[in-house]
Design a protein around this ligand. Structure first.
Ligand SMILES: CCC(=O)OC[C@H](C)CC[C@H]1O[C@H]2C[C@H]3[C@@H]4CC=C5C[C@@H](O)CC[C@]5(C)[C@H]4CC[C@]3(C)[C@H]2[C@@H]1C
Length: 419
């Protein structure tokens, strides 16, 4: 349902006022209907490999420096999907649904690269942390990571009150290539949300991020490219060098992170590789139809909320959302009473992974797992046993007759408040 402009601006201005009392948790803001996305944040893990052939390419390259260059190319190719795809498809950034603890998103890509599988799980709700593993068994390439966001609204910029949401990403990703038994630690770029004041927010990436390989190569990607020189937005420049020797660049990459870029040999300046999203098709992710999904799988769990958002029916949206939230609160209360934790289906909290430390140390990164409730590692053993129903002992939905009354009653109250 298209929102009439005057309704849009009034709800948006009251939303901007709510930013004034912002507490750091983006999901706590009640954003107006038209900015709400029907997609849960737990789905964002799929943005890492929408071009599986680019993702597995490094495994086929014998030269270690070229392999590191192909990992950099793959990382750069994910940025458009990660940070610009909603704006490009929906006209602006949207507010994703805030995943509940244990929310699952499972899928696979099937194309010329073979089968690439995705498991994504919300391993923490306070703070929101998503853990994921994406792997292509045939090529022997696996990406495993976890991430959270710490947001702040800078009150004023250049002395005018411009609510500009800054988002620091916490967490890491590790790419493993079986053939060479090598690892690449990927740090996550910080970003800020532009365009909040005009009601069509979009992501800008800040400063720089790194890829550190266990084979001794470092890639540094700088997003603060002055787009206004080339007149192109979202420019970046990247350099791949032997770790600790930034001046002895081997490869450089320049272009737009939401567009095309070229990779050159730093010495000869010859173009060694190019990437153009317009010429590289995105492979659609195959997700089970909703009726075949487990209740804890994202699109099934949020179906009624998503349908209500599409209809612009805020009363039903808040009723169905509150049902889920109240039910989750019940589960947390029971766990607390019984002194146990929610059973993560695919990931386990592990001691700091020495590999992370070793690689992170090389680029001066700290593993700040206090903000992600621990370091989350994909548990191959658990995953191999996991099959639906994933939590047979804990039904996700309970009918009104089975459910404790406050869950439905307070859901009705919040529905009335929203209308
Ligand atoms: C502040 C609440 C609100 O409604 O704001 C309105 C606006 C939609 C702006 C806030 C939202 O903007 C979204 C952009 C989201 C990030 C996009 C891409 C990624 C990469 C992925 O690998 C991890 C997640 C991450 C960092 C998303 C995190 C959530 C962001 C910032 C959404 C904001 C709530």
């Amino acid at each position: 349902a298209e929102t009439p402009p005057q309704a849009k601006s009034s709800s948006w201005s009251s939303f901007l006022k709510s930013i004034a009392s912002f507490n750091g948790d983006l999901s706590s803001l009640t954003a107006p209907a038209w900015i709400l996305s029907t997609t849960s944040l737990v789905e964002f893990s799929s943005y890492w490999t929408e071009h599986p052939s680019v993702f597995v390419a490094p495994a086929a390259e014998k030269d270690p420096a070229k392999r590191a260059m192909l990992v950099l190319k793959w990382f750069l190719s994910t940025l458009k999907q990660q940070y610009a795809s909603r704006s490009e498809k929906l006209g602006s950034e949207k507010k994703p649904l805030n995943p509940f603890l244990g929310e699952l998103f499972l899928g696979k890509w099937e194309d010329e690269a073979g089968e690439t599988r995705l498991v994504s799980e919300q391993v923490s709700h306070h703070p929101p942390v998503t853990a994921y593993c994406i792997w292509n068994a045939n090529a022997g390439v696996r990406l495993q990571g976890y991430n959270a966001q710490k947001a702040s609204f800078s009150r004023t910029i250049n002395h005018i009150r411009l609510p500009n949401a800054s988002v620091q990403q916490i967490g890491h990703a590790i790419l493993h290539i079986d053939e060479y038994d090598e690892d690449y630690l990927i740090t996550l770029p910080s970003l800020h949300i532009e365009g909040l004041i005009s009601g069509s927010p979009y992501v800008e990436l800040n400063r720089c991020s790194y890829i550190q390989s266990s084979t001794g190569y470092t890639a540094k990607i700088d997003y603060s490219g002055k787009g206004w020189i080339s007149g192109k937005s979202n420019t970046f420049s990247a350099v791949l060098y032997p770790q600790g020797k930034e001046k002895e660049a081997i490869y450089t990459a320049d272009g737009q992170w939401n567009g095309a870029f070229v990779i050159k040999n730093a010495k000869t300046k010859e173009v060694v590789d190019t990437y153009d999203p317009e010429k590289t098709k995105v492979t659609p992710l195959t997700v089970a139809p909703i009726e075949e999904q487990d209740d804890y799988e994202s699109r099934r769990a949020w179906k009624k909320v998503a349908d209500a958002i599409i209809k612009g029916d805020m009363e039903t949206t808040s009723f169905e959302k509150s049902l889920i939230e109240n039910r989750q609160r019940e589960l947390r209360r029971l766990e607390k009473e019984e002194g146990r934790e929610w059973y993560r289906r695919f990931f386990t909290r592990t001691e700091k992974i020495s590999l992370f430390e070793k690689l992170a140390g090389k680029i001066g990164e700290q593993i700040n797992d206090s903000l992600t409730n621990g370091v989350w590692a994909f548990d191959q053993e658990k995953a191999s046993q996991a099959k639906p129903p994933f939590h047979a002992d804990v039904p996700f939905f309970k009918s009104e007759s089975e459910e404790s009354s406050e869950v439905y009653e307070s859901a009705r109250e919040s529905a009335n408040e929203s209308s």
